[in-house]
Design a protein around this ligand. Structure first.
Ligand SMILES: Cc1ncc(COP(=O)(O)O)c(C=O)c1O
Length: 346
């Protein structure tokens, strides 16, 4: 039976070209900042985003947590969507690492608006409330179903942040998906956000690696925090080479993932027992089962057919397309969704 893993876009293995690039990388000790490939990647990212500097990280979580740490003081508050990765899936790091609380906003598929941000800011002279210091946006949204912010909303939020002396951080774990049709927009993103975290280990297909991009001052501060968190790596050039390769050769392949996710979404909306499929924007498909259907039973039925997916919460499931999801696997998944009866499972 065909085996298909749609649990996440993090399940990919490095392509042959990527392995070659990694194998051939020139390396040095990056803790001494002497790894030429890491240095080249960081310089490349800074240039791409029109920022002064960038820093390579072992994970997106560490890059986000470092950004939160450098922008805040203990007792401060950040603003984010209720579904935000920094709030839900980073182990409580916001409070653990930074002593910061989150003011949660219920956005649209993980996207918050400038008006919502403005309303969530605590009055700075009201000493009873935590000081609002930072806004964290996610683009694309993960739990929100791969949705992308409109440029206008980002600019409006950035302007609220400027007016209220707030820092603005982007969790851009999947920013590559958001910008696949407009790669030239990276510089504009660099202009409006104080810091951006980006991941290479999701749709781009690298085995490990993220980065934080920002001003020279923030990246110097981030270097110290990365060290404290144990994120200084030695011959990390092998990993940075994968990231450079992915940017040059694999970024545009995301379009294929988006097309396939769209087709899965369309097919899912025809399946009996599925109450709702969230609009599909990129490579993430989120759908809700009708109340009488059991989520685990649905997952098990799909697993018995060789297809893996995960639950997001009680009635909600997620499928994610990625570069190791082949045309044959895609045809098989569409066929299963078309022909199987899921309505009885409970
Ligand atoms: C939106 C978002 N931000 C951050 C991360 C964290 O990345 P990592 O798993 O590399 O720590 C993820 C991981 O899936 C994510 O989806």
């Amino acid at each position: 039976m065909m085996q298909v893993n749609l649990i996440s876009d993090t399940v990919t293995r490095p392509s042959v070209g990527m392995q070659q690039a990694m194998w051939e990388a020139a390396v040095g000790d990056d803790v001494f900042k002497e790894d030429p490939t890491v240095n080249a990647l960081e310089a490349h990212l800074a240039q791409m985003f029109g920022k002064e500097a960038a820093l390579f990280f072992p994970s997106g979580t560490m890059a986000n947590q470092t950004a939160i740490k450098i922008h805040t003081q203990p007792g401060d508050q950040l603003i984010c969507d209720t579904t935000a990765h920094v709030y839900n899936y980073e182990g409580g790091g916001v409070s653990f690492n930074s002593g910061v609380s989150c003011k949660l906003i219920a956005g649209d598929q993980g996207r918050i608006s400038a008006v919502q941000v403005e309303q969530a800011i605590n009055p700075p002279d009201f000493y009873h409330s935590p000081r609002t210091r930072l806004v964290c946006l996610e683009n694309t949204t993960n739990k929100g179903g791969g949705a992308c912010y409109s440029w206008q909303t980002i600019e409006e939020i950035a302007s609220v942040c400027r007016e209220n002396n707030l820092k603005l951080h982007l969790d851009g774990a999947r920013l590559w998906n958001a910008l696949v049709d407009t790669p030239e927009q990276t510089t504009a993103f660099g202009q409006v956000f104080d810091t951006l975290s980006i991941c290479f280990s999701k749709g781009l297909g690298c085995p490990v690696g993220s980065a934080l991009v920002g001003s020279e001052e923030s990246i110097q501060a981030a270097l110290k925090i990365r060290k404290i968190l144990g994120g200084g790596m030695r011959q990390a050039g092998y990993l940075a080479a994968a990231a450079l390769y992915a940017l040059e050769h694999q970024w545009m392949d995301l379009k294929k993932d988006h097309q396939r996710a769209q087709e899965i979404g369309e097919q899912l909306s025809q399946v009996q027992g599925i109450a709702q499929v969230l609009p599909v924007h990129t490579n993430i498909v989120i759908f809700k089962l009708q109340k009488q259907l059991n989520t685990q039973t649905f997952i098990n039925q799909m697993k018995s057919l060789g297809i893996l997916l995960i639950a997001m919460d009680a009635q909600t499931l997620r499928m994610v397309t990625h570069r190791d999801y082949t045309a044959e696997q895609h045809a098989y998944v569409l066929e299963v969704l078309k022909t199987q009866d899921f309505s009885e499972g409970n």
